[in-house]
Design a protein around this ligand. Structure first.
Ligand code: FE2
Length: 277
């Protein structure tokens, strides 16, 4: 395929591409460094979303972020899904592909949520094999995102950060570190988010996510429907000091605001990234 896209490289702050903003972006060419797409929405050839994406890609860098790999599930990896994702990646030439440390399918049925895993050596071995298989199939290293969680398994024998470090050692994968997820999980489970940040190998963090949670009575709920909260900005600054000027995404998935509001959040992240660049 002859490509007319600019080479793939991201830096600074990006914004999650949502259909509500297609027209605005094409008309106004806002000065966003890059967009992240939810790859699962663009897997059908010939669809309108793909048409918009192709036009937007001509002026912007893109990353692919998916929910469909179900890397923690026990059934075989969905090779048809991976083949369609590979096809999309060959077309769009993203800076990278990411998915979650979670599972969303059981017995061929798909759940609405990303479900966390028990953190044991056996599960690590299992997930590592699947990440390796997915990386080999796609022909590139993946970024794995840490989940936000509300439950923990009593079977777990190690904290999430040790599980992630083990996966990196076994698969050579990189990380998409969601700082909001760390804050939400730390609050819900009562651990120190700095212990998490300090344990993560700095050279593996290739992207950061920021989003807004909702405060429920007894826990924080990761809705991606709010501005980034002050304690998450604070944790983010600590993360940048430790990991350097990592490209950072503003994730906003529910109650999608105006593009201007997203730009304000991205500008705020950009200013912090520049401080450590
Ligand atoms: Fe995220």
């Amino acid at each position: 395929m002859t490509t007319h896209f600019p080479p793939s490289y991201i830096s600074g702050a990006g914004i999650g591409l949502r259909s509500q903003h297609y027209q605005y972006i094409l008309k106004h060419h806002p000065p966003v460094h890059w967009f992240e797409i939810l790859s699962d929405n663009y897997l059908n050839p010939g669809g309108q979303p793909l048409n918009y994406l192709e036009r937007i890609r001509q002026n912007y860098q893109i990353t692919l972020h998916g929910v469909g790999m179900s890397l923690g599930a026990t059934e075989p990896l969905d090779l048809d899904y991976l083949a369609r994702l590979k096809h999309l990646a060959a077309f769009i030439e993203p800076a990278h592909i990411s998915d979650h440390l979670a599972w969303i399918s059981v017995g061929g049925n798909y759940l609405n949520d990303l479900v966390p895993l028990p953190y044991t050596e056996t599960v690590m071995e299992h997930v590592a094999k699947r990440i390796t298989q997915a990386q080999e199939f796609l022909g590139q290293r993946l970024l794995i995102e840490n989940p936000s969680s509300y439950i923990a398994f009593k079977e777990s024998t190690m904290p999430e950060w040790d599980f992630i470090k083990g996966l990196i050692d076994k698969t050579d994968c990189n990380l998409l570190l969601d700082v909001n997820n760390i804050y939400v999980s730390a609050t819900n489970h009562g651990f120190d988010p700095l212990d998490y940040l300090n344990a993560i190998p700095a050279d593996r963090v290739k992207e950061i996510h920021l989003a807004g949670y909702e405060e429920r009575k007894e826990y924080l709920f990761d809705t991606h429907g709010y501005q980034v909260h002050p304690p998450v900005w604070q944790l983010y600054q600590t993360a940048l000091e430790r990991f350097g000027a990592v490209p950072t995404l503003i994730e906003w998935d529910t109650d999608i605001p105006t593009f201007d509001k997203l730009m304000t959040e991205a500008d705020k992240a950009d200013a912090l990234i520049k401080k450590v660049a």
